[in-house]
Design a protein around this ligand. Structure first.
Ligand code: MSP
Length: 502
């Protein structure tokens, strides 16, 4: 069976889960669910990033020990993901023992390869980024990302000899076209490598909150070295049982935000090459989800809690909105008005209306029993096109386009009903045929909508009289026209998406 390994970034525990974290994680969940429908053996990893100066400082400010601080925040991520119906296979915390063991092994492997060496360093550091900057990058000692003053640090540290990997990385990207999507991001990576790579420090002597280096316990590992390793430590790398690592590595896609591209596409493959481990197969780089056109921040007071929105519109409407409204890779913009507008147009007027219309007509004109689809229905080819297009878009990490393809089938099915007006006709063969086609289209729509809206899709499945779980359907067979069998009891239910006032 094809295996598919997908990861989200691991989130810093200095803040509660917000809309941006939720967006990245929902994209991951939908893609993971799509691959399950393809029959792939999916491993979907998320987690929390708990070491480093940023967390140490946040814990100090809260007046608690960093472990306690992390222990309080990490469950908020797990709870948020459960509420958002995130079907992760594993949740890793970097303070877990399994992670420490793997980080040690990776550090030791790079050290044994001669790529980690002691050196002294003086430079500029931004704690919010947990990253070093050159004088050129941090003009006037200001962080280019956070626009706040950077610290000058002088330390004796262990360094990873990233500069030795320039040619190998360039060669690797030349040999693996398409590994980074969207494609323009790889140019950014290559451009950065071509400017010349600086060695980076992989240890801290002044900080205690981290994983000690196996070859010098007076230092702890740099938080990014520690964090990146999660993608293999969660698979058991460095433990007694590395079978998951053997099975799932290299990862198919790391989902990341554009802010962490360099760490993932330069540091990480170089660290792996040094340790003799294969680089990732792919990276899917997302843009920013802005709020009302602005970056979310505590100071602007525009940080959106995804769970407030779930309380308001329901989990599937929220998931649908974030997936459909932003082209993955570009920046997107969240507004509450936009959420309600899409809710009313795409969910209430299109999907919800279609489901209730079908149930109403089948009840009135077909004795409440589903009828059979026509082999030569005009809807059949539209449905097949939607299945193929949605599949291509999910494959290319483009949920908004996959949903667009799905909604084109929803609109076509509504149009099919409007053209035939079965509600005006006498019961009989014609009505049965029209409704059989509509039921069959709705069956396929439920499957295609499932990655984005798992509960709604399953409810539609149940209402058209089908049994079992959509999760157990396979696109290769269930995605074919003609699967709906006549005679199922079709159920009317509450409106799936009652219209909302704007
Ligand atoms: N801990 C590091 C990642 C280590 S991965 C080995 C980190 N954490 S973070 O919590 O600050 O952000 C992680 C990711 O969350 C970002 O890369 C991005 O994918 C996502 N987002 C955070 N804010 C976001 C938006 N406003 N919009 C979209 N995604 C954003 O960096």
């Amino acid at each position: 069976m094809n295996r598919y390994y997908l990861t989200t970034p691991i989130y810093y525990v200095n803040a509660r889960p917000h809309l941006g974290h939720a967006y990245t994680t929902i994209v991951g969940d939908a893609v993971a669910r799509w691959h399950r429908l393809l029959g792939h053996d999916v491993h979907f990893l998320t987690g929390t990033d708990e070491h480093g100066l940023k967390i140490q400082q946040a814990a100090d400010a809260a007046g608690v020990a960093p472990q306690k601080f992390a222990d309080d925040i990490a469950p908020l991520f797990e709870q948020a993901w459960q509420r958002l119906n995130i079907s992760y296979t594993d949740f890793i915390r970097t303070t877990e023992q399994r992670h420490r063991a793997g980080v040690s092994k990776l550090l030791q492997a790079c050290f044994d390869a001669g790529d980690i060496e002691l050196d002294s360093y003086s430079g500029l550091y931004c704690v919010a980024c947990e990253a070093y900057y050159t004088e050129e990058e941090a003009q006037n000692n200001i962080c280019p990302i956070h626009k706040k003053p950077v610290d000058r640090v002088e330390e004796e540290n262990y360094f990873f000899r990233l500069s030795r990997f320039e040619d190998r990385l360039l060669q690797w990207y030349a040999d693996h076209a398409g590994a980074v999507v969207p494609e323009h991001r790889v140019n950014e990576v290559i451009g950065f490598i071509k400017q010349g790579l600086n060695d980076f420090s992989v240890s801290r002597k002044t900080l205690k909150w981290g994983i000690p280096l196996p070859f010098d316990k007076t230092h702890v590992a740099y938080v990014w070295f520690d964090a990146l390793a999660n993608y293999i430590t969660a698979l058991g790398y460095g433990s007694d049982d590395e079978s998951l690592f053997q099975k799932y590595w290299p990862v198919n896609h790391h989902l990341i935000g554009k802010d962490i591209l360099r760490f993932h596409c330069i540091y990480w493959p170089a660290m792996l090459m040094s340790a003799g481990i294969e680089p990732p197969k792919g990276w899917a780089v997302g843009g920013w989800l802005l709020v009302g056109g602005e970056k979310m921040s505590k100071t602007s007071g525009n940080v959106v809690d995804p769970l407030d929105l779930v309380d308001d519109v329901g989990v599937d409407a929220f998931r649908y909105y974030v997936l459909a409204n932003t082209n993955y890779g570009n920046d997107g913009d969240f507004t509450f008005e936009g959420l309600i507008a899409r809710y009313n147009s795409d969910l209430a007027n299109n999907l919800g209306n279609l489901t209730s219309r079908i149930a109403t007509v089948v009840e009135k004109k077909c004795n409440g029993l589903g009828t059979a689809p026509q082999h030569d229905s005009a809807l059949a080819s539209i449905a097949q096109q939607a299945v193929v297009a949605a599949g291509d878009h999910w494959e290319n990490m483009q949920p908004s386009k996959a949903l667009d393809a799905t909604w084109s089938l929803i609109r076509a099915t509504n149009a099919h009903l409007e053209n035939h007006e079965p509600w005006k006709a006498e019961p009989g063969q014609t009505v049965d045929a029209v409704m059989g086609d509509a039921l069959e289209a709705l069956r396929i729509i439920a499957i295609l909508a499932y990655p984005a809206m798992p509960d709604t899709a399953q409810e539609i499945w149940r209402r058209i009289g089908l049994t079992g779980e959509i999760l157990d359907q396979r696109i290769s067979t269930s995605g074919q026209w003609g699967g709906y069998v006549a005679g199922n009891a079709v159920l009317k239910g509450e409106s799936l998406f009652p219209r909302r006032k704007v």
